[in-house]
Ligand binder design. Sequence first.
Ligand SMILES: Nc1ncnc2c1ncn2[C@@H]1O[C@H](COP(=O)(O)OP(=O)(O)O)[C@@H](O)[C@H]1O
Ligand SMILES: [Mg+2]
Length: 473
Amino acid sequence: MQIHELLAILRTRWRIIVATILVVVSVAAAITLRTPPTYEAYTRVYLSAQGDEGSVNLYQMPSAELSTILEVAQSPVVLTPVREQLGLAPGEILSVRAAAETGTPLIDINVSARSPQAASDVATAVAQKLAEVSPEFSQMLASSGGEVRAQTIVAASPPGSPVSPNVSRNLALALLAGLFLGIGFALLRHNLDTRVRTAKDLAEMSGKPVLATIPIRKGADTSRVFMESDPFSPHAEAIRRLRTNLMFVDVTTRKHSFLVTSPMPSEGKTTTAVNLAIAMADAGTKVLLVDADLRNPSVARTMGLEGSVGLTTVLLGRASLDDMLVQWGHGELFVLPAGEIPPNPSELLGSEAMRDLFAELAQRFDFVLVDTPPVLPVTDAMVVDTLTGGSLMVVAANRTKKRHVAEAIKAFENAGAKLAGMALNMAPLESVAYYGYYRQDGSTVGGSPDDEASQLMLEATRPRAAARSRSRR
Ligand SMILES: Nc1ncnc2c1ncn2[C@@H]1O[C@H](COP(=O)(O)OP(=O)(O)O)[C@@H](O)[C@H]1O
Ligand SMILES: [Mg+2]
């Protein structure tokens, strides 16, 4: 993974990171607040015996005896009488540590306790008590015959602040831990992500070109025929880009027809097909949009047309094609609605009658676009694919599962169908703007490939248009 990919993941998943930091820091804060404070006091004493036989101090003591003395300082032999003497509760003294400064006759005593005063008092008392009991544990001190005294070098004093909990350190550590944990969660979430997010995702997993990234429409942009209602929107720009790219594919198929499908329902097949058809007609092409989604026909509804008769009516032979074609707008866009919903859509679409009809449509129009049902639930799209020059698969960003795209592509391959490319629909606007498909002010870009598209469109279909007008003559 490259650094910019990592940053992109962290940017899209910043909420997980912030949430993890908040949780870890709050837990740490709660634990810190609930931790009773600990105070530490320290004293340093000079332990010596002044007797008839001369003076003895730790400096001369054999190391085994010295360790015993230090051990005794931390043991109940000293602590029990100290606790009784100071009248402390059993939990008040937390720990006592005694250590001899190497190379000196000095003993350091560290005491942790629940209160500053107790810590200081215990340190002082332990030193005195240790002096009292030490002859019992040191032959050398005993042999001096004199009294053992602990002279104070550093007096214990009640500490001003607790040594634990350390609030700022705990919170800083929690912040750091939360950050790393959050990044870990974000990466895990990214790896477990099963939905198609970006055009790059789609291109990598499908192995097909992504011919367009169509932004998501939100709130006020409710019109589904945005090619007409909002022709300079980023959405319209994306559709024009799709038109351009399809023209390049059309150069290789020379069939001048495509179908629009998707792995699952409601990914934007109809919306894309309708707007693409309008864009093609805008470029001066005589376009026919056929609604071959005989399971959930919605082209007519989307375009505000009467849809009770259409394709199935012609296939049944109940009406002539000419009577069923509906002209839309002022250009050369014609629509063949689905008509009545039949019980056997796949068979109907695969019938001889459909093949003949399509051959006629291909003769009469410069370009034929077909809206079909989704690939995974039914085979209709693959059946129609045999009639057209290729298929365009629309995939909804952040919704469609990668698994479904893979299955749909597999179904296409198994059927020997020709998948020309993919279109990522409902993409976040930023991801589309990133590719520079449109300007922030919504204006079209002069000299853009979209102008070339119109040109290409005209050139691709001109011989046919010319042939048509010749045959009319
Ligand atoms: N780019 C988009 N942004 C937001 N909503 C969209 C977009 N494309 C399609 N939709 C909405 O998604 C729903 C399904 O779209 P439709 O084109 O009918 O899908 P399909 O034909 O694949 O079932 C519709 O309500 C449509 O308005
Ligand atoms: Mg539809």
